[in-house]
Structures are given as C-alpha cells and as structure tokens.
Design a protein around this ligand. Structure first.
Ligand SMILES: [Zn+2]
Length: 389
C-alpha cells in the first residue's frame, strides 16, 4: 500500500533530495512525498509526483519529520503541582523533590504506572512526537527499576536505565552501597530491557567518579551511555559524557569553554531541554555558543513530574526560538534530526529515501509557525511508519 501526500506548501526533509541519510535542515516548496511499505519512497515537486494507491491533499500545509523527543521521564505516579506553584511563588528548585515521586511510584500498582504512561505517550503523539525516549529513575530499588523499564518498553524501543537518578533516602548514609547496587544487582535486572544507561551527574546527585562507574558498568552490560550534565551548575558531567562516548549530554546549561570544546570535538550531542528552564524560571542554555562552536544540538522535552511537566515538542521549539535565539530552522532540525542523532538513529528525524514514514502535518504553511503561533494546536495529522494515527 503506497501513500502520496501532495500539494504540500513546505516539506521539511532534513536531507538532500534523494538522500538516504539525514543531513542539514532542508525544505522543498510545493512538494509531494510518497510512502511505501511504511518508509519514504520519493520526495520532490508536487508536479512531478508519481501515482500511489492512496492520495492525501495537504492543501498547502507544511509537512515535517515526526518529532524525536530524546529525553523523557514518564514512568511515575503522583503529581507535584503544589511544588510547582510554590516554586513560582519564589522557592528555588532542588533535586530533592524527586523523593516524593519515588515514594508514590513505589506504592503504585503496575496498572497505575501503565495508564499514566499511556496518557503521556498519547499526548506526545497528538503533538507530533513519533519517537520518544523513556527513563526509569523513580523506582530506585531492583524490582521497581526493572518494572519501570519493562513498562516503558511496552511503549518505546528507546528505554533508558536511570537507577542513578538520585541516592534514595534509605541509602543516605551509604552512597557507595547504592552505587554498588546500581552497578550490580539492579543493572543485572535492568539491562535485558534497556538500551541506554544514564546518570544524573550533578551536585546533589552523583559525582564524576560515581558517574564513570555507573556508565562503565552499564557499557559492560551492553547499554549505551547518556548523561544528565551541567543542569544546576558547572560540573564534570559533560566531560564524563564525552569521555564515555555518550550519545548525548543533556541539559548543558552551565558550560565552561573546555566543555564546549569537548562537545565540538566529539560525537556527543548537546541536548537542550528549555522546558526545564521555563518551568523552573532558570537561565536558559546558551544555544548560540554551542551552535557557533559546531556542536550538534538537539531539543527534547524532559517531560517529568518535577522540573518540567510538558510533553509538547512544539512548545519546546517555540522556547528554543524565543528564549535561546535559535532560528526556526535550527530549532525544528534540533527537535527532529537532532533528537535522532541523540538516539544514534539514522532512520528517523529526516525524510530522505528509506527513512521511516514518520510525518507531522501542520495546520500552517511553514515550520516557522511552530514558534510564530506558540500554544496553538497546529498538528493537523500524524503518521507513524506510514500509518495515520
Ligand atoms: Zn531528565
């Protein structure tokens, strides 16, 4: 079954015409696209489009690759609306609020966690996210981390073991004991259902040596590294990420020149999470400094119940443009191809030949409307692997 979408006002491909791999931001005006067997078979001017079994008329709307949200924490119970309200009233954010979510998550049945996850995954899809990553990190026991990852794997292939989120209260007097658990019995239970290992390398969470131990143990168990780095202040997170060959260093809010240089010289993507700075009323990362240095930049939601409870990539794109001075093209590339790089995926985030048929149609004539009309529901259609959702 083939599908032709024609009369597209602006087709964002993120690939040179005919290419089979992601490239820089690229568009085709007055375009068409053909999907066959769930993948991109052809793109080009609408006037030259081949026939297909089914035809959709985009009526001049823009069409983009589906958003790739490479950073989300969706397995949890409870909510922290009062904490948010208090923070907006002037109290500072600290990572300590995670403990409340851990208590609620441990107490919740699988059905509660699954239905919360399903609701958030549904929100993401409705807002154009066709691939998302999902972390554990609110269980922090062997059984609760393993079940968190098993639940996440029901919804996505991009599953991340984050036993090293914070040291849970019962290990407050035995940090080393907790790190040993994360690198030992907990990892053994989690590795079979995870693809990635992550660590919150930050003051108040885990230091450089602890983070290195977690990433090395994860790698030995077959998991690929990614790191929460330099969110709350300067620190060793980015250097640890680059040293470990991490796919991504996430947050990157407080960076030294050496951090920027290390990222620029590596394959590690800088994933910026501007929803966090918005929701914690904090300074935004310096996206222009990273882009100017040649660092690959991704944007993701960091959807989580504490520091940022948005699941909306369009909102994050608008923040990236308005608050981080990214161009609309840079922001849309970062939310699609950038996310794919951060997940080391070549089949998503672009619409080159052979890419997965993951598409977002905007009720707007160009990608710029994602930032030009913030907060407006612009998603007119979503396709995943060629299937309309
Ligand atoms: Zn996070």
């Amino acid at each position: 079954m083939s599908l032709l979408i024609t009369n597209i006002g602006e087709l964002v491909t993120n690939a040179p015409r005919g290419a089979a791999a992601p490239g820089p931001f690229a568009t085709i005006a007055d375009a068409a696209i053909v999907l066959d067997q769930g993948v991109v078979a052809w793109t080009g001017p609408a006037a030259a489009a081949p026939a297909a079994d089914e035809v959709v008329d985009a009526a001049g709307r823009a069409l983009l690759p589906g958003f790739v949200d490479s950073h989300a924490h969706l397995v949890f119970a409870g909510e922290r609306g009062a904490e948010f309200a208090a923070r907006m009233a002037g109290l500072p954010y600290s990572a300590g609020g995670i403990a409340g979510t851990v208590t609620a998550t441990r107490a919740a049945g699988d059905e509660v966690l699954r239905s919360n996850l399903a609701r958030l995954a549904g929100e993401m899809l409705a807002q154009g996210t066709t691939t998302f990553e999902c972390k554990s990190g609110y269980g922090l026991t062997v059984a609760d981390e393993a079940r968190s990852l098993a639940l996440a794997s029901e919804f996505t292939a991009e599953v991340t073991y984050l036993g090293a989120h914070v040291v849970p209260a019962e290990f407050a007097a035995d940090r080393a004991g907790y790190v040993s658990l994360v690198c030992g019995e907990m990892l053994a239970a989690c590795a079979p259902v995870a693809k990635w290992v992550d660590v919150f390398c930050e003051r108040g969470a885990f230091g450089a040596d602890e983070a290195r131990a977690v990433l090395a143990a994860g790698a030995a168990a077959g998991l690929q590294p990614r790191v929460h780095a330099n969110q709350l202040g300067p620190g060793p997170g980015v250097q640890v990420a680059v040293e470990a060959g991490a796919a991504s260093a996430d947050h990157c809010t407080f960076l030294s020149d050496a951090d920027v240089d290390a990222l620029a010289a590596s394959r590690t993507v800088a994933t910026l999470l501007p929803g966090v700075e918005f929701s914690t009323r904090s300074p935004y990362p310096d996206a222009r400094r990273l882009l100017g240095a040649g660092v690959t930049v991704a944007i993701a939601s960091d959807c989580n119940p504490g520091s940022c409870f948005t699941s909306s990539m369009p909102f994050c794109v608008a923040l990236a443009v308005r608050e981080m001075r990214m161009t609309t093209a840079e922001a849309v590339w970062a939310a699609t191809a950038g996310g794919a790089h951060a997940l080391r995926r070549t089949d998503i985030g672009h619409l080159g030949i052979g890419a997965r048929g993951d598409l977002v149609m905007l009720d707007a004539p160009s990608h710029a409307y994602l930032a030009y009309r913030p907060g407006v529901p612009l998603i007119a259609g979503v396709w995943r692997a060629g299937e309309r959702m």
